[in-house]
Design a protein around this ligand. Structure first.
Ligand SMILES: O=C(O)CCC(=O)C(=O)O
Length: 258
């Protein structure tokens, strides 16, 4: 696998984002997409003081990686935020990952998170807040909607593969419990079983607080939390793509796929 750096730019006007990145499906990192005023509100200590008893949606991780049950898919469980916060600080391998829908979090969280201008008017828009200890991994998968993922605290490393790299990644079958995932682990590829991965071309970026990465629809992505992290993402769709994206979201909900 060869990896190139994803371009890092200052935030651009929405029309330019549409023309240069969203329409041609080009990944980009915009630094400072979350302003200092918004970032200043966030710290793990403040979250612990205000919301330690809050029940939030989590996924179990094994050796840090979100894994799917062969029959039931990726299971969601409500756990106290205090349990997640207890995993921060680099002790044991993480076993829980918070992935809560923004709409399910208290009003104070929602008030502090601004929707990026690039998708604020989209008729289909959904958002999740992610809290993960260092060492947490989301295995390679792709989503039907366009996506902006914004770092609020800590850091994450994103490894992206263009849709044209599909064959090198050995996608899962549509009937698997993770039909939008693939078989190769880009961090430890088994090249005897998956030899085409040798020629795969990836793009990489490490996000720091304030950075936002645009992950175009259909782009495969693998994410490693490199420092205890809080982030938020926005998936959106408009126009002719909307029924497909809404259908895929319903399919995932019915099949209990994350
Ligand atoms: O940050 C992660 O661990 C996964 C993020 C992701 O899959 C997404 O934003 O679509």
């Amino acid at each position: 696998m060869q990896a190139m750096d994803i371009p890092r730019i200052d935030p651009v006007e929405p029309a330019r984002f549409e023309r240069d990145y969203r329409r041609p499906r080009r990944p980009v990192v915009m630094r400072g997409l979350v302003g200092e005023d918004e970032l200043r509100h966030w710290s793990f200590d403040a979250i612990a003081a205000a919301d330690r008893d809050l029940a939030v949606a989590t996924h179990a991780t094994r050796a840090g990686a979100v894994t799917a049950d062969a029959r039931r898919g990726i299971r969601t469980e409500l756990r106290a935020l205090a349990e997640l916060l207890a995993q921060l600080g680099g002790g044991a391998p993480p076993s829980l990952y918070m992935m809560a829908r923004l709409q399910d979090l208290p009003a104070a969280w929602r008030a502090r998170i601004a929707t990026p201008v690039y998708c604020a008017d989209a008729p289909w828009l959904t958002s999740k807040v992610w809290l993960s200890p260092a060492g947490t991994v989301t295995l390679t998968h792709r989503d039907a909607a366009d996506n902006l993922h914004l770092q609020l605290l800590g850091s994450k490393r994103f490894t992206l593969f263009d849709p044209s790299e599909r064959a090198s990644l050995y996608p899962n079958s549509l009937f698997s419990s993770v039909p939008h995932g693939c078989k190769v682990d880009p961090e430890a590829p088994d090249l005897l079983r998956y030899p085409r991965f040798r020629d795969a071309r990836a793009e990489r970026a490490e996000l720091a607080p304030g950075d936002g990465i645009y992950i175009p629809r259909g782009t495969w992505h693998h994410v490693r939390t490199t420092m205890d992290s809080l982030s938020v993402n926005f998936w959106w769709a408009r126009g002719a793509r909307l029924p497909l994206v809404a259908g895929a979201a319903l399919f995932k909900r019915l099949r209990r796929i994350g």
